[in-house]
Structures are given as structure tokens and as C-alpha cells.
Design a protein around this ligand. Structure first.
Ligand code: GLN
Length: 249
């Protein structure tokens, strides 16, 4: 039995659309494999215990909540970067994803600092991008991710940045580039909200495998598959919605 340590950044502020449900999925999928998730919250003013945390998680929030945490997060940039270079895993959703870039200019034109962990910048536009999304991840053998997006921010990846996936249906990072999210080492940033991991079990297992590898000092090993009948159905429903009504300009 291995205890996987999760550092949940700002759970009181960044938890829109029940983003914390992703942690429940990780905990259950770890449990059935005989492991345990030890979730610690890292809030305003709390230090980042580099080396101790195997998987960081930050959820989404509106501009107001992002404004409340952005400066504090900027103060944590160094230890978070160090943890990532030392192979900790990191999942960042929507508002949290935006703050992993260099900056976020909100709808009021206010510049919030990001931590520069991911090679990207985000500027809010007038029209929100709302709808179901389907992505294809070439780095994962073409496996797909299905989810829901709701954001004003348009995210531009640097030329050498790796997206999380190619948009099959939906808006993605900016509604134009055809890219969604960003990936660096074991860091995954995405606009796909709350029910991301319940509908995409392969991605949950990928994060768990990377977090386990961080804990044991080994390489990520694919976990024993689970039946996942309901999860597959949830993915299909979500992918079908993206096909029929995924957003586009
Ligand atoms: N405030 C950001 C935007 O609208 C993030 C929104 C969110 O996390 N849902 O772009």
C-alpha cells in the first residue's frame, strides 16, 4: 500500500462546478488498487512542501476568486516549479490553468500574475466559450478526453508549447487554434471542468501512475484496468453532446 500525497491548492476559492470531485475519483481509483490518497489543502499563506507532494491540484474559479489568490500563488511559483522539475504531477483546471501561465488579463482589463509554469498567456474576450468539448490526445495514442468548458479567457500557447489535445468539437484554448490545454513534464492544464476525471478514467489513471512514480522514485507504470462501464458510458454521452452541440464561433 502506498500513500499518495495530494496538495489541493486553494480549495476554498477555486472549486467551481465541483472541481473537487476530481479528487474523489482519484481517491477511489487509488483505493481499489490498494493505495491511499492523503489530501492536504494548501491555502493562502501556506508553504508548499516540495518533495512531499506527489500530485498538485488546482480547480477553476471566476475572475473574482482568481484575483483573491493570484498574488499568493505568484509567491509560491519557485517551490511549485521546483516540485514539477522533480517530477511531481499537477492537474490544473480552467481558472487554475490560466494562473499557471505567465499572466491572465481579466474581463475588466486587470492583469493578474501567473506563475509561468506553463508557456502561455490568457486574455479575456467579450464572448464566453461555453459548451461540451471533445479532444484527441496524440501523446496518449489518440485517446480522447470529453468534458465541459465555460470561460471568457482566450489562451495562447507559445510556439513550442505542447497542447493537452487537439479539439475535435468545442472551443478549446481560444476557439481558433484547434488546441486545448497545455502539457509540460507531468503538468496538465485544461479548460475541461468538474466532471473531467469521472468521464475520462484513463486520464485519472495516468495522473495516479505519475503520482505513484513520484512517491516511489520509479517510472510510471500503467495501473491494472478497472471495469469502467459507467465511466465509458459517461464519456460517450459527453462526447456525443460535444459532437452535436460543441461550441464554435
Ligand atoms: N475566469 C476565467 C474565465 O472566464 C475562468 C473561468 C472558470 O474557471 N470557469 O476565463
Amino acid at each position: 500500500m502506498t500513500v499518495i500525497r495530494v496538495g489541493h491548492l486553494y480549495p476554498d476559492y477555486l472549486n467551481i462546478y465541483a472541481d473537487r470531485g476530481n479528487i474523489a475519483v482519484l481517491a477511489e481509483r487509488a483505493r481499489v488498487r490498494g493505495h491511499e490518497l492523503d489530501v492536504r489543502s494548501i491555502g493562502l499563506g501556506d508553504p508548499v512542501p516540495v518533495g512531499e507532494i506527489d500530485l498538485f491540484y488546482v480547480g477553476g474559479g471566476q475572475d473574482r476568486e482568481q484575483d483573491l489568490v493570484a498574488r499568493d500563488l505568484a509567491g509560491k511559483a519557485e517551490p511549485l516549479r521546483e516540485a514539477v522539475e522533480r517530477d511531481a504531477a499537477f492537474l490544473a483546471v480552467c481558472g487554475g490553468y490560466q494562473l499557471l501561465g505567465r499572466r491572465y488579463r481579466d474581463v475588466g482589463g486587470l492583469d493578474l500574475p501567473g506563475i509561468g509554469l506553463l508557456p502561455l498567456e490568457t486574455v479575456a474576450g467579450d464572448r464566453r466559450m461555453i459548451g461540451d468539448v471533445l479532444l484527441e490526445c496524440s501523446w496518449a495514442g489518440g485517446r480522447t478526453l470529453a468534458g465541459f468548458e465555460n470561460h471568457a479567457g482566450r489562451t495562447q500557447l507559445d510556439a513550442d508549447a505542447e497542447p493537452l489535445g487537439r479539439v475535435v468539437h468545442g472551443f478549446g484554448n481560444d476557439g481558433r487554434s484547434g488546441f486545448e490545454g497545455c502539457r509540460y513534464r507531468r503538468v496538465y492544464g485544461t479548460y475541461l471542468h468538474g466532471p473531467l476525471l469521472p468521464r475520462n478514467p484513463w486520464f485519472a489513471d495516468r495522473l495516479l501512475a505519475e503520482a505513484l512514480a513520484h512517491r516511489t522514485g520509479g517510472v510510471p507504470v500503467e495501473l491494472e484496468p478497472l471495469p469502467d462501464d459507467l465511466e465509458r458510458q459517461a464519456h460517450e454521452v459527453s462526447a456525443g453532446r460535444a459532437r452535436s452541440r460543441g461550441g464554435r464561433f
